[in-house]
Ligand binder design. Structure first.
Ligand SMILES: [Zn+2]
Length: 111
């Protein structure tokens, strides 16, 4: 198991997991609830981390994370942001799942 991404930003954690899942890469999040329960813990230790379950996915996962961090993923296909029909959050166009409540973009058709 290898760490590929760490952030205090839960939205970023969720987005990275979604991007990796889209490529068939299984991940888990470590330290997710640490900051809430351990006030004494140093900042860097409490940071949630995305880890790939299979080490052989590491290189591909790192490439995806690099693309995400550089912002390329945001611009590549020019998809428009969409509004989550369930919670009203605005989601970047390249993501198919609301990072906040997990509703799929397709659910808009039911609204
Ligand atoms: Zn939502």
């Amino acid at each position: 198991m290898k760490r590929v991404f760490a952030s205090q930003d839960r939205a970023a954690i969720a987005i990275v997991r979604e991007l990796l899942a889209n490529e068939g890469i299984e991940t888990i999040v470590q330290n997710e609830n640490m900051s809430a329960i351990c006030g004494e813990i140093p900042f860097f230790l409490a940071m949630p981390e995305v880890c790939v379950l299979r080490d052989e996915d590491l290189a591909q996962a790192q490439a995806i994370v690099e693309r995400f961090e550089s912002g390329e993923a945001r611009d590549q296909d020019g998809k428009k942001p969409w509004r989550c029909p369930r919670c009203g959050e605005t989601i970047e166009g390249q993501f198919t799942i609301c990072w906040k409540c997990g509703t799929r973009m397709e659910a808009q058709d039911d609204a």
